[in-house]
Write a protein that binds this ligand. Structure first.
Ligand code: LP5
Ligand code: MN
Length: 242
């Protein structure tokens, strides 16, 4: 049966080789059977710029994706909050198609909205103001003009800051805001929604203006290794073994 797969929050990096090995196995054995693989953000632990393809680990991930695409599976990559600097260089090397956030697709007859999920967390004011800054094209051009090693050092510092800031934030603040979810579902005419980012895998039902909307939250790959499989009959979360 024709089907598509959805994953997010892989956080691949040389320091977690098990997650990368599991991804390679998944690409070869599972995703190669699907029509399409949608990676909904945070494929990498962080992405400092496309010149980071010089890292053998990153080049290996790109080769895995290119192999998958050459085997006949369409691969789509959406930016996450950690790898929004993925650009055309990576897309070319990995043979993947960039996927805007949000993207509304027809998934075997069901309109389905795909997002990373960070923009649904509107209670997290410090994150959103940081996000607004780093998504400015001028800021990005400036940042990318600096040497790779300096960018990586700055990102490491930002990671530490982010981890300590997160200690001060409540679970509610870091989850999706119900009003924002309702507004986005309404704006897109009540689709099914699939997103990641919050690392709180679940299937939610939202009753909006008399419409019953399904919202799937993807699991974080680096923790559990799981994916969502959707076909004309619906979606199902599948857990891989580590
Ligand atoms: O990723 P996760 O789930 O752990 O946390 C996110 C939010 N944190 C981030 C930061 C990333 O994890 C760090 C890696 C990004 C690499 C990007 C590369 C290019 C940018 C380089 C900039 C130097 O996204 C976290 C959310 C959490 O999700 C839940 O939704 O709460 O947000 C934060 O913790 C952000 C802080 O609250 C604010 C940080 C401000 C730091 C400002 C100093 C850095 C100066 C950068 C120049 C603008
Ligand atoms: Mn994320």
């Amino acid at each position: 049966m024709k089907h598509s797969l959805f994953i997010s929050d892989l956080h691949l990096c040389p320091e977690r080789p098990q997650a990368t090995l599991l991804f390679e196995d998944f690409a070869l054995r599972t995703a190669s059977q699907a029509e399409a693989l949608y990676i909904l953000g945070d494929l990498f632990d962080y992405w400092a710029g496309d010149d980071d393809l010089t890292d053998p680990h990153h080049a290996r991930v790109a080769r895995t994706l290119a192999g998958l695409s050459q085997s006949g599976t369409a691969v789509f990559v959406m930016h996450g909050n950690r790898d929004f600097l993925i650009g055309e260089g990576f897309a070319r090397a990995a043979h993947v198609r960039p996927l805007p956030d949000p993207s509304l697709i027809d998934l075997y007859g069901t309109p389905t909205l795909l997002m990373h999920g960070d923009t649904l967390c509107t209670g997290d004011a410090t994150y959103l103001s940081f996000r607004a800054k780093v998504r400015e094209p001028a800021w990005q051009a400036d940042f990318l003009a600096r040497p790779l090693a300096a960018r990586k050092a700055e990102i490491e510092q930002l990671r530490r800051q982010s981890e300590s800031d997160k200690q001060q934030k409540s679970m509610e603040e870091m989850d999706v805001h119900p009003g924002t979810v309702a507004a986005i579902l309404r704006a897109h005419h009540y689709p099914r929604l699939i997103h990641g980012h919050t690392h709180r895998p679940a299937r939610h039902r939202h009753e909006i203006d008399g419409h019953d909307c399904e919202r799937w939250v993807l699991d974080s790959w680096y923790d559990h290794g799981s994916y969502l499989r959707c076909d004309a009959a619906g979606c199902k979360a599948i857990q891989l073994k580590y």
